[in-house]
Ligand binder design. Structure first.
Ligand code: MSK
Length: 654
């Protein structure tokens, strides 16, 4: 590794997180390329960024950028169409739809894996795993009409957990390939009015896979060429993600690994320990990480680490795997999406273990500059240049987990670069499943969302905002999440977070009860102080955005705030979004009736007509709509304006 000074950019302009800035400086000093170097060299193609480039057949690519309005005296240029005649609206709608497909596929495929594990556990074929949350299992059984008892009269008796789980697993797995009918959660869990709306619009999803396949077909060359009609199937697909695959993942993960309850933890690169074997768990699916957590605590493993000169084994999470581990076990979080390369650059990571989603291919090159072993664990997600591939098999998960931890321990004596771990970390309180919020905000008497609603109606809490989603290297890391969240808190809007946004909040100290006094308006501060909760509630990983849907539904069902999610004084945002998953998530929030504002850029601006349909037209149809606002504080103000509009409609204006 050549020690050369590279001053292509000022690290302080790339992140508001001092640990990140410190590590970018270390990378520059060592000549190790990071995402910011590549971003400086590669500017985005403006036509592609607007979604106005069609690549779905080989006669193009056809570019149909928007045409500027002619000045007086000039001849108006005509809007180009593709070689097949596809208009900008069709091209942009198809590209948007395929992003929804990509995101929904990621979540639904994640979900399928969890459902298959659940079936194996139910049949006693996955040693090491067990059903941990019986209450939630029974709730799911009721949703899926799986009887909890058998026999009649005096012979009536409870069915065993295993039998219930086996029948439930079969019913859930059927939903992935289901061709007709309705997805159970989508047809049972939202407010009645929303369910009827979806049925009337013809967007109630039939199954998890069919909607994606049909949308891919409809966006093939020469099929669906009417943008309203394309968007209709897009809506159905997105609902199959939020109220299907994502919700199934969340609920089954709770059944298998435990429903999160408040737990304290720590966050940022400072959680790594120089004298420990450091293992970063990066990705999304908690199935293997749960076993790595168990293996890392076994006395023989700890002894093995000590024999190699380490004091112990330090696990730390990254991206959504971090959220899963933090929420359930208090395992510290090393960082969010843009910190993955930087964790290795500390020189202290002995193994980075990855599964699926949000893993940069560059990890392989960065790992080679250090001693870090990059271990891929999912046959669906290999990385060229990986150190090793140890495929997960749920029938032997604990052995595989032990092998991975031992690989990391064996690597501890190989550290060669100077180790520099930023001395920066923050305490967090996390684990706010919607059940926990119900308990905490409902108090012991009513035990429901009534009290949250009372506080909203009384004006102490102005409204609720979900601030979720990724980092994006085109936006200074974490800056938009934090500016938006602080503006909302100042205005008494309680904030629910997931994904990388949750980690940004944690690194700023917003996930602590103390943040209430420092950042909140008087009403929200009073509520948080009384209950003893942070004003920003960490609800989990990306699939756990389904928890936000359930919290919103619980607010509606508790009464006093209208009869549908679209009546709530609530809004959503992803100010630093970058992945297709974010588009699918955004669209299922819009489809559920939520005003949803994204930052950075929006992939449909190549067609003013289609964008106007998303930003304004959808409100009439779905009660929710999209928006784009580059300034995160202005975006927060727009969310507050929407919240106030809903308050006025409910007659609960301050
Ligand atoms: S990990 S999808 S960068 S939130 Fe879920 Fe973070 Fe976005 Fe990946």
């Amino acid at each position: 590794m050549a020690e050369k000074e590279s001053k292509a950019f000022d690290p302080a302009t790339k992140s508001v997180d001092p640990a990140t800035v410190e590590m970018i400086k270390k990378a520059q000093a060592a000549g190790v390329e990071t995402i910011w170097d590549r971003a400086d060299k590669m500017k985005p193609c403006p036509i592609g960024a607007e979604g106005a480039c069609c690549r779905i057949c080989s006669q193009g690519p056809c570019r149909v950028p928007p045409v500027k309005k002619a000045k007086e005296g000039e001849e108006q240029k005509k809007q180009a169409v593709g070689l097949c005649g596809a208009t900008a609206e069709t091209i942009v709608a198809r590209n948007f739809a395929r992003m929804v497909c990509g995101g929904a596929a990621a979540h639904n495929d994640h979900s399928r894996g969890v459902a298959k594990l659940f079936k194996e556990v139910a049949h006693g074929k996955a040693p090491g795993y067990k059903i941990k949350d019986i209450r939630k299992l029974k709730q799911l059984a009721r949703d899926y009409d799986v009887p909890l008892t058998e026999g009649e009269g005096d012979d009536k008796k409870s069915r065993s957990t295993e039998v219930i789980a086996q029948e439930l697993a079969d019913k859930i797995l059927v939903e992935f390939g289901q061709q007709d009918g309705e997805l159970v959660f989508a047809a049972k869990r939202p407010p009645k009015k929303r369910i009827e709306l979806w049925r009337n619009l013809g967007v109630m999803p039939r199954g998890c896979d069919i909607e994606i396949v049909e949308l891919m077909h409809r966006t093939h060359m020469g099929v669906d060429q009417e943008y309203h009609n394309i968007l209709k199937q897009c809506t159905r697909t997105a609902i199959s993600d939020g109220w299907g695959g994502s919700m199934i993942s969340t609920d089954l993960q709770d059944v298998l690994f435990g429903c999160p309850v408040p737990v304290s933890g720590e966050i940022n690169l400072g959680v790594l320990k120089e004298d420990h074997v450091n293992i970063i768990i990066h990705g999304h699916e908690p199935v293997l990480p749960e076993m790595i957590y168990v293996a890392s605590q076994e006395p023989e493993i700890v002894q093995y680490a000590q024999n190699k000169g380490a004091k112990g084994v330090q696990l730390a999470g990254m991206c959504c795997s971090a959220n899963e581990l933090l929420m359930r076990h208090g395992i510290p979080t090393a960082g969010n999406y843009l910190q993955q390369e930087l964790a290795i650059i500390t020189g202290a990571v002995d193994a980075m273990v990855v599964d699926v989603q949000c893993e940069m291919q560059s990890l392989a090159n960065v790992a080679k500059c250090y001693h870090t072993k990059l271990i891929t664990t999912d046959p669906r997600a290999r990385i060229e240049g990986e150190t090793m591939h140890i495929p997960m098999d749920e029938h032997h998960a604990i052995e595989i987990a032990r092998q991975i931890v031992r690989e990391a321990i064996d690597n501890f004596p190989n550290r060669r670069a100077p180790v520099l771990i930023p001395d920066i970390k923050y305490p967090t309180v996390v684990g706010f499943s919607y059940e926990t919020i119900q308990y905490l905000l409902g108090g012991s008497i009513r035990g429901s969302y009534y009290t949250l609603n009372d506080n909203i109606i009384g004006g102490r809490v102005r409204g609720v905002a979900g601030v979720v989603g990724c980092n994006n290297c085109r936006t200074p890391h974490d800056s938009a999440h934090l500016a938006m969240t602080k503006e909302l808190l100042k205005n008494d809007v309680i904030v629910l977070v997931t994904g990388c946004s949750a980690m940004a909040a944690g690194k700023e100290g917003l996930l602590t009860p103390e943040a209430a006094v420092k950042y909140c308006g008087p009403g929200l501060a009073e509520v948080c102080e009384t209950v003893g909760i942070p004003p920003v509630l960490h609800m989990g990983s990306c699939v756990d955005n389904s928890r936000i849907l359930m919290a919103a539904t619980a607010c509606v069902k508790a009464g006093g705030l209208g009869s549908d999610i679209s009546d709530l004084p609530a809004a959503g945002a992803a100010p630093e979004w970058m992945s297709e998953k974010a588009i699918s998530i955004g669209h299922y929030f819009v489809s559920s009736g939520v005003y949803t504002v994204f930052g950075g850029s929006f992939p449909t601006t190549g067609s003013a007509l289609f964008t106007d349909y998303l930003f304004r037209g959808l409100e009439e149809e779905l009660g929710g709509m999209w928006d784009l606002e580059l300034d995160p504080v202005l975006a927060a103000k727009k969310m507050i304006a929407h919240i106030d509009k809903k308050r006025a409609a409910l007659g609960i204006d301050k």
